[in-house]
Ligand binder design. Structure first.
Ligand code: ATP
Length: 284
């Protein structure tokens, strides 16, 4: 199953709520740049390994409930797709055979395209398919603020702290995406955003959401961009390169550092960017 990443056509951000999450108004645009997530029953050896791991977890700090395993080259530590399966089992009581979740990563890791959330959303859909049980509504948000929108996999207006997702009209855009050889965590970028003190008021956010619902184009603004640019010096030259090679409205996506622009001929612009040294530039 394809797990498409996203770019934020707009990302307007308010001050943190009492639960620590930031209110936002964003338009998520799924991209052709996607991971591939597949599942199959775990082998007998893998089932033994899962049981051993669970026994060790139980001795350490109580059962973890992890009944599946993930193979995801390039991502170390806990994997959101595996967590999606574990939470799905816990929420639904599904006790099907242990599964091996295999992920071929193409979306840049910690790049602002919500690759981990896309994999988690795909894992939830796959768990729903293999079990025959619909995915409970509350599960996606528990896995992360971007997961509800990615579960929909269409262009969407995202409000609240990510939990309200409404499909919005608009043709798929020809995009050029430029992943950089750098990583930023959403947490550090939001922290820098808070320090800059540029949060939008609730009224501004409500007004922007209403305009988008009424069919206006989203404002081409990412409020996290100044914070991401301060934290990652490679962003400014990449934005300039996008502009120079013919892309319109170069922007940072999400918490960065990936940048993107629109282009009538995205393949040509991506090829020119690769020639200029941005080896990972793609039309998407
Ligand atoms: P966000 O804006 O939601 O933080 P991002 O695109 O900036 O998204 P991700 O690629 O989703 O960042 O990854 C953030 C962190 O999550 C990574 O550093 C990685 O350790 C962890 N992670 C867990 N599972 C995955 C996964 N399947 N793919 C990528 N990263 C994962």
């Amino acid at each position: 199953m394809k797990a498409r990443g996203k770019v934020n056509l707009c990302l307007l951000v308010g001050a943190p709520r009492t639960d620590g999450l930031h209110p936002l108004v964003s338009v998520f645009q799924p991209t052709a740049l996607a991971d591939e997530v597949t599942i199959e029953p775990a082998s007998p050896e893998e089932i033994v390994a899962i049981a051993r791991r669970e026994a060790a977890a139980r001795r350490r700090d109580g059962a973890s409930g992890v009944r599946d395993l993930v193979v995801c080259p390039g991502v170390y530590g806990d994997n959101l797709a595996l967590r999606a399966f574990t939470e799905f089992r816990a929420a639904t009581g599904w006790d099907g055979a242990p599964q091996r979740i295999s992920i071929a990563k193409r979306i840049p890791v910690a790049g602002g395209m919500a690759g981990g959330s896309a994999d988690a959303a795909a894992a939830l859909r796959l768990a729903g398919q293999v079990s025959g049980i619909p995915v409970p509504n509350h599960l996606a948000m528990r896995l992360g603020a971007d997961v509800p929108a990615l579960l929909h996999d269409t262009r969407a207006l995202v409000t609240g702290a990510g939990e309200h997702v409404e499909p919005v009209a608009g043709a798929e855009l020809p995009l050029v995406i430029v992943p950089l050889d750098a990583a930023l965590t959403a947490k550090e970028v939001y922290r820098a955003f808070d320090i800059l003190g540029a949060a939008r008021s609730d009224e501004e956010l409500a007004e922007a959401a209403a305009r988008i619902r009424a069919g206006h184009d989203p404002p081409l603004v990412n409020d996290l961009e100044p914070a991401a640019r301060r934290l990652c010096r490679a962003i400014d030259p990449a934005l300039e390169a996008l502009e120079k090679e013919g892309a319109e409205h170069p922007m940072v996506t999400g918490s960065g550092p990936t940048v993107f622009g629109r282009a009538a001929d995205p393949e040509r612009v991506a090829a020119r960017l690769r020639e200029a040294g941005y080896n990972r530039a793609v039309a998407a």
